[in-house]
Design a binder for this molecule. Structure first.
Ligand SMILES: Cc1ncc(COP(=O)(O)O)c(C=O)c1O
Length: 400
């Protein structure tokens, strides 16, 4: 339509949202569908956090807030970074936005000029490249390999950095692969970045608390303090506190960048929801005892799903360190034919046929920039996961 902006033609809809909606539509038609496509915990927001929100409403905390967030939440964020990441920030170096997505978006609006490059390791969260494109930047993909457990290697990072690189986006644990960097793996990347002082680091630590076994989470500014001056450390309450609908994300970084993001936000959405900000204060400063419970449940589910998927003929699935996704390869099944007569030529064909025949919604890896794979979210009950994995096994066995 001539009325629409030219830029719109460069933006793809989110494959994750598209598949989740397809699954919803099939369910509405009465089909028995299990959705493994959504990126949110199935747990409810912890009770103390809900209570804090109700108390905030009753106290009348229902007005506009300062654009970068209420002072109490900015203090809680400062304390969180100190306590959990050994990072020292002042409240003026923090900003609260309407979800982690909004934080990243504002950072890109505030910094990108036409043609600026943003390095994004693939597989990537679907929104990074689109947000870069909307803001006139150019996504530059760094490739990872299955044999490196989908972790970016220093040589590849070195290869893709140019004079035009403005940001490198790192995301550990990763959506969609679940891969997380150890201290040494992260140090190898920060060593490369030290050699390129014009490049800034946007680290998306959204899944920080969802790591399993004895894995220890690290973030770039902590691993390499010399990068502190050019790192935006982003995080949020959506995943670890089961608060996806509350829409609170935050970041800390150099004051000048934060001020620029505040300027953008001030003309865009203003401060985030006052009530959700008070809930987030409780999330960050209140009891954290739900976290071991969430982690235990997710770890059990991860192990269950990895084991069952590896028993599906033609799928091969590594055990990721964190988040709530697995990213099995379906390379061996490409070229096979389903009982319906449909030939599986791509991972997208695989997920569409799986949804049509067995009613299991997963997302194709090619939409995250690395395939043929499928992304499965295991943030659902063990019962449903077992049922879904049995259907996937049956589907794989039916391919000829
Ligand atoms: C890697 C990653 N970053 C950021 C977000 C966005 O978080 P929020 O819901 O707080 O906007 C998500 C949500 O799916 C994510 O997976």
């Amino acid at each position: 339509m001539a009325f629409l902006a030219d830029a719109l033609s460069r933006i793809k809809p989110s494959a994750t949202i598209t598949l989740t909606q397809k699954a919803r539509d099939l369910k509405a038609e009465g089909r028995d569908v299990i959705s493994l496509s959504v990126g949110e915990p199935d747990f409810d927001t912890p009770e103390n956090i809900k209570r804090a929100a109700i108390a905030a409403i009753e106290r009348g905390e229902t007005k506009y807030t300062p654009v970068p967030g209420i002072p109490q939440l900015r203090e809680a964020i400062v304390a969180k970074f100190k306590r959990e990441n050994g990072l020292n920030y002042k409240p003026s170096q923090t900003i609260v936005s309407t979800g982690g997505k909004h934080v990243i978006y504002n950072a890109l609006v505030a910094t990108l000029n036409p043609g600026d490059e943003v390095v994004i390791p693939a597989p990537y969260w679907v929104s990074y490249p689109e947000m870069v494109v909307i803001n006139g930047g150019k996504p530059v993909f760094a490739q990872t390999k299955l044999e490196h457990n989908f972790k970016l290697q220093p040589e590849e990072l070195e290869r893709v950095i140019t004079k035009k690189t403005k940001w490198v986006i790192l995301n550990s644990p990763s959506n969609p692969s679940g891969a997380a960097y150890t201290f040494d793996e992260m140090k190898a990347l920060t060593d490369v970045l030290l050699r390129h002082p014009h490049v800034w680091v946007l680290t998306d630590d959204m899944y920080e608390h969802l790591v399993y076994g004895d894995f220890t989470f690290v973030t770039p500014a902590q691993v390499e303090p010399a990068l502190y001056e050019r790192t935006l450390t982003m995080n949020g309450v959506s995943k670890a506190y089961a608060m996806t609908g509350w829409r609170i994300g935050y970041a800390a970084g150099p004051e000048q960048l934060i001020k620029a993001m505040e300027l953008v936000q001030g003309q865009q959405t203003s401060g985030a929801c006052s009530i959700a900000q008070w809930a987030a204060v409780e999330a960050l400063t209140g009891p954290q005892d739900h976290l071991p419970r969430f982690r235990k449940a997710f770890e059990e589910r991860r192990d269950l799903v990895v084991s069952m998927l590896n028993q599906a003929k033609g799928l091969s699935c590594r055990t990721p360190e964190g988040a709530f996704y697995v990213y099995p390869s379906c390379a061996e099944l490409i070229g096979k034919t389903a009982p319906s007569g449909k030939k599986i030529e791509t991972d997208e064909d695989f997920v569409m046929e799986l949804l049509a025949t067995e009613g299991v919604a997963a997302v194709h890896g090619s939409s995250f920039g690395l395939g043929p794979n499928i992304r499965i979210s295991y943030a659902t009950s063990n019962e449903k996961l077992i049922d879904a994995c049995e259907r996937i096994q049956r589907f794989c066995a039916s391919l000829r």
